[in-house]
Structures are given as C-alpha cells and as structure tokens.
Design a protein around this ligand. Structure first.
Ligand code: FAD
Length: 308
C-alpha cells in the first residue's frame, strides 16, 4: 500500500527506522528481535541505505527478509549521490519485483563517493524525478508505481542556512512527485509545528511524518548532536539528564519519558505520523507504545487491513 493510502485508512501512521546490521552476529540478533517489532503493528518500517551504495547489499537483504518473512511493510531508503541512472533503475527494478510499494528518496552525504562516482544526481529531487520516470515506464506491479517519500528538516539543513530557500527546495521535491515527508529527529515540538505551519504557507500539503529518537544514553545524545547537526536540545531535557548523568538507567528513563510526552503531544495536535528512530532496539519504542496505548492503533501497509 502507498503511505498516503495507509493515512487515508488509519488517520495517522506509526513507523520505525532500522539500519542493516554490519556483522553476522548483529544480523542474527536483530532478526531474532523482529517479532518484538511485529507485535507493535507499525504502519511500515524503513531501512537505511549507506550513501554511495556502501550498504547496498545489506539494505537489499534486510528489505527482502522483511518483505518475505515478516508482516512488516519495508520502505527502503535510497540515496542517489554517486550512483548512475542505470544503477538506480536496477535497484528500483529489484524493489518492484519484491513488491515494495514505497521508497524514501534521499540525496545522502558522501562527498568522496560523489567525486569517485557519476554526477547523474546532484540533489534528492533528481532521484524523485528518476523514480517518477520509472513509475511511468509501467515496470512496477502497481500501475501507480512506488509511493515516494522525501526528507524534511524542521530545524534547518546545514548546507542551506537561508530557511526560505530551503523551503523552496522542499516544495520543489513535493512538486516533482513526492507524496510524503519524513522529518529529521527533533526534541522541541514547537519547532516542528512552526515549521509545519511554514510548509503549509509554502503550499506543501502532503503528509508530514515526525521523526522521534528517544535519548537512551549520554553517548547516544552526543552522537545525535553530531549526526543531526542543528538539532536543539531544550534546556529542560538537558537539565533532567544532568541531574542523573551518573545513573545510566535514569538517563534512559528521562529520555524515554521526554519522547513519550513528545509523541503524546504530537498525536493530540493531529500529527500525520510518527517515525521512531529505533537504532534496531525495541525497548524504548515498546515502552512509549505501552504508555500511550499505541499498539493496534494503526494497521500495517503490508496487510491492507485496518487492525484498529
Ligand atoms: C528521514 C531521513 C532519513 C535519512 N536516511 C538516510 C539514509 O538512509 N542514508 C543516508 O546516507 N542519509 C540519510 N539521511 C541523511 C540525508 O541524506 C542528508 O541529511 C542529506 O544531507 C540531505 O538529504 P536530502 O535528501 O534532504 O537532500 P536534498 O533534498 O538534495 O537537500 C540537500 C541540501 O541541498 C539543498 N538543495 C536542494 N536542492 C537544491 C538546489 N536545486 N540548489 C541548491 N541547493 C539545493 C537543500 O536545501 C539541502 O540543504 C536521512 C535524513 C532524513 C531526514
């Protein structure tokens, strides 16, 4: 099912992000934990892709595993930087043959991969156009082809400090055919809702799925600050973490409580969807689900049936 059809059916989506594990041991552990994620009945699960194709085989293997052996509906991330049009078409053909219904179309950050590879793709919009061309060629079993998601950055993207221009770039991706947006993680819902209002003012009307990542360790918080540059960590969150920084369990409790309150507020204020950055671990997401009674709230894009 396309994500927009899931939204029309269920009113909102709840979804998880996975990454393809690097080692056999990590792979086996993660695959063994999949029933814990399945039990939460997410609308879909997304699988990251290493820019320049560094995880190409592992991403494909995980997407294939999810599509054939679980009730989860995989949405592969695909980055275009460094790839040729022929490579992208080949990847799309593989996903179409596996019955994958949606793609998250990204640029990726791989200056070296880009320098070494082709320059067929400069920005994510070029990939959105390539997926559209693929869709129009009738090579997907669904006559509409893939649903297309793109990334949004409520707190800005470092390469485009001019936020009006950045909004123009997002609008261009939507106008080129993207039918949903998944955001970078954020900790301040007001920043998200203000940006969402600016999206509406810019004429962006496709569903916006909010990215949430619970802080569970101090090291994780520092990694987030590096990976999601520009993300603000509100003082009340930092203060609460500082109060218990010597106690790992309390740090996790504070982070999960914060994310739970964020999710509750987002749902109360009518968010289109929440995407949990799980880091392949189910504990934090399970606790949030339990507290908010989210289990069974939405149906899977894989089933076509409403579970709620
Ligand atoms: C939900 C989500 C999932 C992600 N998953 C992955 C993943 O799996 N693998 C991975 O490697 N990375 C991933 N990323 C990171 C992402 O690839 C990087 O943040 C990247 O820098 C931006 O990607 P984009 O798709 O938004 O690119 P773009 O839309 O191309 O934007 C990149 C920058 O270029 C600017 N820009 C766009 N169009 C133009 C133009 N015409 N002229 C000048 N500037 C322009 C934009 O304003 C922005 O600053 C993810 C990010 C998010 C939010």
């Amino acid at each position: 099912m396309h994500i927009r059809d899931v939204l029309a059916r269920d009113g909102m989506t709840a979804s998880f992000e996975f990454f393809p594990p690097r080692t056999d041991t990590a792979w086996n552990e993660f695959v063994a934990s999949l029933p814990e994620f399945e039990a939460l009945q997410p609308s879909f699960v997304s699988v990251t892709y290493g820019a320049g194709g560094s995880t190409r085989d592992r991403t494909d293997a995980l997407v294939s595993r999810l599509a054939t052996d679980t009730k989860l509906a995989p949405v592969p991330h695909l980055t275009c930087v460094g790839h040729s049009t022929a490579e992208i078409n080949h990847i799309l053909e593989t996903y179409a043959a596996r019955g994958v219904s949606n793609i998250l179309a990204l640029r990726g950050d791989a200056p070296r991969a880009q320098a070494a590879g082709t320059t067929d793709f400069q920005h994510a919009i070029d990939l959105v156009r390539a997926v559209n061309t693929f869709n129009e060629s009738g090579r997907h079993p669904d006559p509409r082809g893939f649903g297309i998601g793109v990334a949004g950055f409520p707190e800005g993207h470092s390469e485009t400090p001019n936020t009006l221009l950045q909004m123009d770039h997002l609008k261009a991706k939507v106008d080129a055919g993207a039918d949903f947006i998944i955001t970078q993680l954020f900790f301040d819902n007001n920043a998200f809702f203000d940006w969402k209002a600016r999206c509406t003012l810019a004429g962006i009307t496709v569903p916006v799925i909010a990215g949430l990542m619970p802080v569970t360790t101090l090291a994780g918080l520092k990694r987030m600050a590096e990976l999601a540059a520009g993300t603000r960590f509100p003082a009340p969150l930092l203060r609460a973490i500082k109060r218990c920084e010597d106690d790992a369990e309390s740090v996790a409790n504070v982070g999960i409580h914060w994310a739970t309150e964020q999710a509750r507020d987002l749902i109360d204020r009518g968010v289109d969807g929440i995407h949990f950055y799980t880091l392949n671990r189910s504990d934090a997401t399970r606790r949030i689900y339990r507290t908010l009674g989210l289990s069974g709230r939405v149906g899977s894009a894989a089933t076509g049936n409403q579970i709620r």
